[in-house]
Design a protein around this ligand. Sequence first.
Ligand code: PSU
Ligand code: MN
Length: 302
Amino acid sequence: MKIKVSEEVKQALKNGNAVVALESTIISHGMPYPKNVETALLVEKTVRENGAVPATIAIIKGIPTIGCSRDEIEHLGKAGLSVTKTSRRDIPVVVSKGLDGATTVAATMIFAAMAGVKIFATGGIGGVHRGAETTFDISADLEELARTDVNVICAGAKSILDLGLTLEYLETKGVEVIGYGTDELPAFFTRKSGFKVNDRMDTPLEIAKAIKCKDDMNLGGGTLIVNPIPEQYSMDADYIESVIEKAIGEANEKGIKGKEITPFLLDKIQRITGGQSLESNIKLVLNNAALASKIAVELANL
Ligand code: PSU
Ligand code: MN
């Protein structure tokens, strides 16, 4: 299959330099225009400032693209929901029809792995949804972490998910969850969730060493590194919980399910909080991009 790797990313990989993969569902389906485009460009800038090369990943006119151009990012952001949300299962149809695809964590991991990019920064991952015991709604992101060798830096998961079940699922699948400077799984908008991570590490070098070890032993699969939102941008836990409950209530009333539910909830939360959650969301993504870049630089030097 044809994939397109940008010249800059190709060069960096050839020279063994640090590269950080970035997803595109967050651009087309996770934030409103024009904040989504501004954020995506700011994330790329942050990666560069921390010594790595950014590789925003999407499917552009049927071609998996590793290292989208500024124009392509602008297009993904402006076209928004009309760009197909593309997880693992969607890839063959989006590619064969020559469509544009905004890649989820799962699909971004697949293309990062094809290109040889090991480190990937995002905001939050998908997981086991609340009520999954009846809906069976478990994000394909978790399965991908189990099988594809890409290490994902995120701010934990929103409590639109069942965080306890998400951790149990990852444990079953053999996915290591490392807390950066924390023993607790962060809950995206807040630094705490009440759930313990498997291991805590306090430096990017320690994390890079663990990743290298996994590679050297060919264990396969990814690692999840969870990085709490900086204190000054974190939200009030009770407030955001009530907002999330309201959003889930509305989704249930409207009968929204399947691939629509996550974008629906993200949009609702942003609307109810009057954009306050969007600002927190942006800050935590930048924070993750910086950490991912530092890990990628350490990994390149090992
Ligand atoms: N959670 C967020 N922001 C996001 C997503 C999840 O806080 O943008 C996106 C990511 O692209 C993730 C996808 O991979 O939603 C998960 O979708 P689903 O739950 O349908 O697997
Ligand atoms: Mn789902």
